[in-house]
Design a protein around this ligand. Structure first.
Ligand code: ADP
Ligand code: MG
Length: 343
């Protein structure tokens, strides 16, 4: 895989291209490795036991800025974003391990703050912190969390099960976390230019909370179970609705039509977008970090989903030849894959 003297810029591949490239040289050797690279979590087990494993890394300066993210919130979010991946498999998170790399810039009190957030999330979601690793870093803080969960074999939901005519559904509302970040960055810029001006965050509680203290939708998993609905495919919205729709469609080999006017957006998100002169629909489609669930379900589940205020039917699955499309005011807009986000 790494032979030859050529040099290929990672930019060319993009994040997803790089993961595909790594995956192409991996062959699973154990029968218990049921699902490897490519879904929200790996699936291991045999017989009636399925264990889900997922891992995510947060890097200072890339994923968070300690200039405006309190350490307690960072700890909470680091756990939640991992739990969200277990939800996306229709599973239940049970354990986490937490690894940190830090420099001597951080005193004990800072680490206590970080862990107070980590433990608050563990308590809320009833997961146990069972291990991790601690090492030094030359400058910034890095946090890597691995989550372990379970799911019954018949309840497991992959990204690849969507079929034409299925409903496309999303939980909660979208775009708020991105706008929360834009408000924090605006206030930081003002503060850097003039430290005597205090940040003005008034009126933005909802979007700030969505950015700083996201939640994993374990409640949606419970509701679906109560309603007897097993999604045909599911993914959590970490990178943005467009990107996640592309993953579902690619991995299920289907197309889709998503109606822009049905995409759920909170009024507070709309107001913030106006204030910042941003297009709210673009924020909802490409913003990311909402940690809502995007899932498909058989049309037979229509009535059980449509009356639930926490879930929204935003479109339907089509044949792959139809492509991945938004429908806006009667016209079709083909969605394009998102580029590299973090490097
Ligand atoms: P998510 O957004 O749900 O966290 P990612 O896009 O990070 O998912 O990852 C997609 C898939 O690729 C997952 O199965 C993940 O485990 C796998 N993956 C990501 N990075 C690597 C890597 N460096 N080596 C092996 N597998 C990876
Ligand atoms: Mg995910």
């Amino acid at each position: 895989m790494l032979e030859g003297n050529g040099r290929t810029e990672l930019e060319k591949l993009g994040e997803f291209g790089l993961i595909d490239h790594i995956a192409a040289s991996v062959t699973l050797q154990n029968p218990s490795s049921l699902i490897g690279i490519g879904d929200d979590a790996a699936v291991i087990g045999e017989g009636d036991r399925r264990t889900l494993v997922s891992t995510d890394m947060l890097v200072e300066g890339v994923h968070f800025d300690l200039g405006y993210v309190p350490l307690k919130h960072l700890g909470y979010k680091a756990i939640v974003v991992n739990l969200s991946d277990i939800c996306a498999m229709n599973g239940r998170p049970e354990q986490v391990t937490v690894s940190i790399a830090l420099s001597n810039r951080f005193p004990l009190e800072a680490i206590e703050e970080l862990y107070s957030g980590i433990l608050m999330a563990c308590e809320k979601y009833k997961v146990d912190l069972v291990g991790g690793d601690t090492t030094s870093s030359t400058s910034g803080l890095v946090i890597s969390v691995t989550v372990i969960g379970t799911v019954a074999p018949q309840d497991m939901v992959l990204r690849s099960g969507a079929r034409p005519t299925d409903l496309i559904c999303v939980s909660g509302d979208l775009g708020a976390a991105y706008l929360g970040l834009q408000i924090l960055e605006r206030e930081k810029r003002i503060f850097v230019e003039n430290p005597s001006i205090q940040p003005d965050l008034t009126g933005h509680d909802y979007i700030l909370e969505r950015q700083l203290k996201p939640e994993a939708r374990t409640d949606i998993i419970d509701m679906l179970r109560q309603e007897g609905v097993i999604p045909t495919s599911m993914i959590d919205i970490s990178d943005g609705l467009s990107s996640e729709l592309m993953h579902i469609c690619k991995q299920s080999n289907v197309g889709c039509r998503v109606y822009t006017e049905r995409i759920p957006i909170d009024a507070a998100t709309g107001l913030a977008a106006e204030e910042l002169h941003l297009d709210v629909l673009t924020c909802a489609l490409n913003g990311g970090e909402d940690y809502e669930l995007l899932f498909t379900a058989s049309i037979r589940a229509h009535d059980r989903i449509k009356d639930n205020p926490a879930m929204h039917i935003i479109g339907h699955v089509t044949e792959s030849s139809d492509g991945v499309n938004l429908v806006s005011g009667g016209s079709l807009i083909p969605l394009k894959a998102q580029g590299w986000r973090h490097l």
